[in-house]
Design a protein around this ligand. Structure first.
Ligand code: GUN
Ligand code: FE
Length: 423
């Protein structure tokens, strides 16, 4: 049996707002699955090799539940337009380049590496509409050690004629072919990905809903991100009272559904997500960059909804989920102001839970470093940051969310495998 024993200051998020801390503790996994966090090395492991990281923090690695791989080349650029104009002016032309497999390979290798180096080991990710580039993306993620879901994007209307387009027939046929071709991957699995309601004809939506049901596939899309988008959806589906019903009516509304943004989801729409077990993905950087709004995350949580975090690159400008966590904290404070100081902002342990345990739940994990979970962990060095006074592990975690020394991430485990080491 393969045993991994990591020693350090272990901090994890076992529940919303709670941190478990084990100073000089041992995080142990057997055959890639966590057996526990222990204050002293249990007898049965005496003599087994220990990776001793000294005083470094050992944290859960991140789950990024919403990002667009083919927008990686435009990271940090073109944020001067609202969503629908931004898609046509920047996102669609950038994605069109992924018709070229060589280009896709080069870009996706870099993206996969950067994800792992930043401690993101589980993803729900959009590719472009290109089948071949989507397979390349999945291969590169698998090679780098990332786990999770990737979707070939479906978009058979309102795209860019002559630049980025697919017919309904192509969209269906290429999706089926892609599902055949990606079967052998172990850690990266397919997820059906209607881009958003304005991008998909009713026929395509019905096809994807049937396919999801027949094959038990998860679904990801966008929901209530921007007011103009919502007006458009209302025109396209006058029979639907709210945006979410355009997904629900085609059978894409259940506990394997992930909806990005939900900035403008009101109480009724949020309840529809809670009732169905849909995961809402809060993407604070993107929401601010594209002037979409400030999502009511506190209300989502108070109502018992499932909420995770997403970088949403390249609407979001940070791939690193430490930065996304800090952005979620700031957004929650902006929301508090918008709500006349009537809602609470997120605490650091709450935001940390959303970035780690909450996203990991979509992949079937229990919160924190629970026994039985696959080992997903980051070793974080903060020894070269100023030490104004002796800091608690919780204070160190808070500072690392906002501020990190260069090369702070020393090692990363994903599904039991060591996938990055700074040594
Ligand atoms: N809605 C439809 N497509 C996109 C996209 O690429 N990014 C964001 N943020 N929203 C979208
Ligand atoms: Fe998005």
């Amino acid at each position: 049996m393969a045993v991994a024993i990591l020693k350090g200051t272990i901090v994890s998020a076992p529940a919303l707002g709670k941190l478990d801390v084990a100073e000089n503790g041992y995080l142990i996994a057997e055959d890639g699955r966590i057996t526990g966090v222990f204050p002293v090395l249990p007898e049965q492991y005496a003599g087994a090799p220990v990776e001793d990281f000294g005083d470094a923090l050992i944290l859960q690695s991140f789950a990024d539940l919403h990002l667009h791989a083919p927008q990686y080349p435009m990271l940090g650029m073109g944020m001067d337009l609202p969503l629908l104009d931004w898609l046509n002016a920047y996102a669609f032309p950038t994605e069109a380049r992924f018709a070229d497999p060589d280009y896709a390979r080069e870009i996706y290798q870099g993206l996969a590496r950067e994800l792992v180096e930043n401690g993101t080991t589980r993803v729900c990710m959009f590719s472009s509409l290109h089948r071949q580039a989507t397979l390349i993306l999945m291969e590169e993620l698998e090679k780098a050690g990332v786990t999770g879901y990737v979707g070939k994007v479906n978009m058979d209307r309102n795209a860019l004629p002559g630049v980025l387009e697919e017919t309904t027939e192509d969209s269906m046929g290429e999706t089926l072919r892609w599902l055949e071709e990606c079967q052998d991957l172990r850690h990266i699995k397919p997820m059906l990905t209607p881009r958003f309601t304005p991008s998909c004809t009713d026929g395509l939506m019905a096809f994807l809903g049937r396919l999801a049901a027949e094959r038990g596939l998860p679904v990801q899309s966008h929901l209530s991100e921007n007011r103009a988008e919502m007006d458009w959806v209302r025109e396209l589906h006058p029979d639907c009272r709210q945006y979410w019903e355009t997904y629900a009516k085609y059978g894409m509304w259940n506990d394997r559904t992930v909806m990005a943004h939900c900035v403008w989801s009101d109480q009724r729409e949020r309840q529809a997500m809670r009732d169905a077990g849909v995961t809402m993905v809060h993407c604070p950087d993107s929401n601010q960059n594209l002037c979409s709004g400030v999502a009511p995350v506190r209300a989502m949580l108070n109502e018992g909804g499932k909420v995770a975090l997403g970088s949403d690159i390249a609407g979001g400008d940070h791939l690193c989920m430490f930065d996304v966590t800090a952005a979620a904290l700031r957004a929650s404070k902006a929301r508090r102001v918008l709500d006349n100081w009537e809602t609470d902002f997120l605490t650091v342990p709450e935001a940390w839970f959303l970035a780690t345990s909450s996203g990991a739940a979509f992949f079937g994990e229990q919160p924190g470093f629970a026994p039985g979970n696959p080992l997903h962990a980051i070793v974080l060095d903060d020894s070269r940051l100023p030490q104004p006074h002796p800091l608690t592990p919780a204070e160190r975690l808070e500072r690392c969310v906002y501020l990190r020394q260069k090369d702070a991430v020393r090692a990363v485990w994903s599904a039991g495998r060591k996938v990055f080491s700074a040594e």
